[in-house]
Design a protein around this ligand. Structure first.
Ligand code: ADP
Ligand code: MG
Length: 234
């Protein structure tokens, strides 16, 4: 989080007529024609009732799943023409993810969990300790640096997941209910971290039920039955 980035007005994400049908019996259409343009550095909240397609949209944006039809362009490149290796590389090096289930490694310390992300992004070794300290201070976990993942509370684990997602200064941050387990103070700290990233050009997409986050975002998208029924300045 220490390098200022050039911010341009070019769309970073462009979705055109995105559909997603899961091949279950009967098939489930989770997204039914989503059009969306997002600029670099925008902060989006995605809201909608359970089953409306929020996580499916996040998975497609994060190249974790492929759409059934439509076009998804990332910084001008059609993602359908990317090789699996290219998608993997983007996910690992340019994206940050915060999932509902935080996926923090229980047998590693807080610092080690975060160091893994810095190893993946090939951050120079000498910079890693300071980057870890900086991000842990931001999420209020510097005192837990050497604690094992499995000994953390739910809220602490969630903050480790957030620290790990943002430490590499991703171009795109995708978060599914990142403040679900957090008290008001911790939620505020997390939103401050997201703001800092967005000001440096990170595009931030957050699924949330939390009205505060919906109000914090630049735009709130409402999904209903796999369709975007509203997209407005929050
Ligand atoms: P949300 O995150 O808004 O709760 P999801 O995107 O998880 O919604 O799900 C949208 C719809 O797609 C739901 O009807 C859900 O049951 C279905 N769905 C999600 N994932 C799968 C899957 N892997 N296989 C089959 N159906 C799925
Ligand atoms: Mg979901």
């Amino acid at each position: 989080m220490s390098h200022p980035r050039r911010v341009t007005a070019s769309p970073v994400l462009q979705l055109t007529g995105i559909t997603k049908t899961y091949p279950t019996r009967p098939p489930v259409t989770a997204l039914a024609g989503v059009d969306l343009t997002v600029q670099m550095g925008e902060r989006l909240a995605v809201v909608g009732r359970s089953g409306s397609g929020k996580s499916t949209l996040l998975n497609i944006l994060g190249l974790l799943d492929e759409c059934s039809s439509g076009r998804y362009e990332l910084a001008g490149s059609d993602t359908s023409t990317m090789s699996a290796a290219e998608r993997d590389r983007l996910r690992a090096e340019r994206f940050g993810f915060v999932f509902q289930d935080s996926h923090v490694l229980g047998h590693r310390t807080v610092a080690e969990n975060i160091a893994l992300k810095l190893a993946i992004t090939r951050t120079p070794l000498r910079e890693r300790p300071a980057r870890i300290t900086e991000v842990l201070e931001k999420v209020g976990l510097d005192h837990r640096r050497e604690a094992l993942g499995r000994l953390l509370s739910g809220g602490e684990r969630q903050r480790v997941a957030i620290a790990r997602a943002v430490v590499s200064d991703p171009d795109l941050l995708l978060a599914d209910e990142p403040t679900g387990n957090l008290d008001a103070d911790s939620s505020t700290a997390v939103l401050d971290v997201f703001d800092l990233l967005a000001r440096r050009g990170t595009t931030v997409v957050v699924i949330t039920h939390d009205r505060r986050i919906a109000g914090w975002a630049d735009r709130a998208l409402i999904l209903d039955g796999g369709r975007l029924v509203a997209d407005h300045a929050a």
